[in-house]
Design a protein around this ligand. Structure first.
Ligand code: CUA
Length: 380
């Protein structure tokens, strides 16, 4: 899509938020188009009303208008022109929508879990953050999102992305930030008492600063590596092979399964994606892999959404490197230790007594000073 420049006019109230992602100019251009179109028709119709009211006003008490039998030309005109205008809005809007909600294959993976009242992020490399998200500039970042409780909505105005998170489902969106800086993110779906405090910041950093940030945390472990531990602890390994060419166990071999088509009982096939893995963990009977028995117990209520995402990351990491698409990297930082990426346990509590106010930056002690432009480094 061509980027249409938005005139930079200094209004007392900004016309739109800062543009900080590759989508932003496209969304704004469409928005300007809609506003212009609306303004044009509002003015044109108002002017026509006034003009006709004056021109065709009744001048004598007995005056009767000439009857009109209809006009095909007029009717076609006022049908076809608005249809064409409406189609421009539809086609333009749909093309931006598909771009924004179809994540590219090559992207950094970040898992997002919404919860009353906070946003929890987990990087593929294991760093975990609450109400803060650090990402590199000029990189595609794919968010796989869900919620532990009610519906929330993830919104970063400067990126022009917004996505509801729904219990029991994975939703995806993505962005590519274009400018280092700090951008407000918040929940836009009323979700209870502290809904208004459910926000934070996205920190867009230069590559070097981001790498420094990544290595600056306390002991972290990649999401896939944490998933591998869960996989052992929960006994998954007793039925599921994870090696290439291994003997098929009681359950399907998981090596290289991510992204493949899986035949299921009943003849259909499903793509092995995040949602299918999640469903198979929580409700194994729903879609049983063809040729296997209905033997797997459910893990409903035994795993948190974050743990399920770690298992997904692990299963995703099994297979040839090319297939992983940079998603889950195992074993890069496998220091055993706290796995919260420097987030103190108190800030992880559910239902905080007072609302966290991201504007005060008190959500987390290592928050860089306000106005930070990306060269943030963690003070621990
Ligand atoms: Cu979460 Cu509003």
């Amino acid at each position: 899509m061509q980027s249409i420049p938005i005139p930079n006019i200094n209004l007392p109230v900004p016309f739109s938020p800062e543009q900080a992602s590759t989508f932003a100019p496209h969304v704004d251009a469409l928005y300007v188009y809609l506003v212009t179109l609306t303004a044009f028709f509002t003015l044109a119709i108002s002017a026509a009303i006034i003009f006709f009211a004056v021109k065709y006003r009744r001048r004598q008490a007995a005056e009767l208008p000439r009857p009109i039998a209809g006009s095909m030309v007029l009717e076609l005109t006022w049908t076809i022109i608005p249809l064409m205008i409406a189609m421009t809005i539809f086609v333009w809007g749909a093309s931006i929508f598909f771009k924004a909600y179809r994540a590219p294959n090559q992207a950094m993976e970040i898992y997002v879990v919404g919860k009353q009242w906070m946003w929890k992020f987990q990087h593929a490399t294991g760093q975990r953050e609450i109400n803060e998200l650090h990402v590199p500039v000029n990189a595609r970042v794919k968010l796989t999102m869900t919620t532990e409780d009610v519906i929330h909505s993830f919104y970063v105005p400067a990126f022009r992305i917004k996505q509801d998170v729904v219990p029991g489902r994975y939703l995806q969106t993505w962005f590519e930030a274009t400018k280092p800086g700090r951008y407000y993110l918040f929940c836009t779906e009323y979700c209870g008492t502290n809904h208004s405090g459910m926000g934070g910041y996205v920190y867009v950093m230069e590559q070097a600063a981001y790498q420094q940030w990544l290595s600056g945390g306390t002991g972290t472990e990649s999401a896939a590596s944490q998933g591998m531990k869960l996989f052992q602890q929960r006994g998954c390994a007793s039925c599921h092979q994870v090696e290439a060419g291994g003997q098929q166990g009681r359950g399907p071999t998981l090596y290289g399964i991510f992204g493949k088509q899986q035949q299921i009982e009943g003849g259909a096939a499903v793509t092995v994606d995040e949602a299918y893995i999640r469903e198979s963990i929580l409700n194994p009977r729903a879609k049983i892999a063809a040729g296997f028995q209905d033997q797997m117990p459910t893990f409903q209520g035994q795993l948190s959404e974050e743990q399920i995402l770690q298992l997904v990351a692990y299963i995703r990491s099994l297979g040839p490197a090319a297939q992983r698409q940079g998603g889950a990297t195992t074993g890069t930082q496998t220091t055993v230790g706290p796995t919260t990426g420097g987030v103190s346990p108190t800030t992880q509590r559910s239902n905080p007594v007072g609302p966290t106010d991201p504007r005060q930056g008190n959500a987390s002690p290592q928050l860089p000073p306000a106005g930070n432009t990306g060269n943030a480094n963690r003070q621990q």
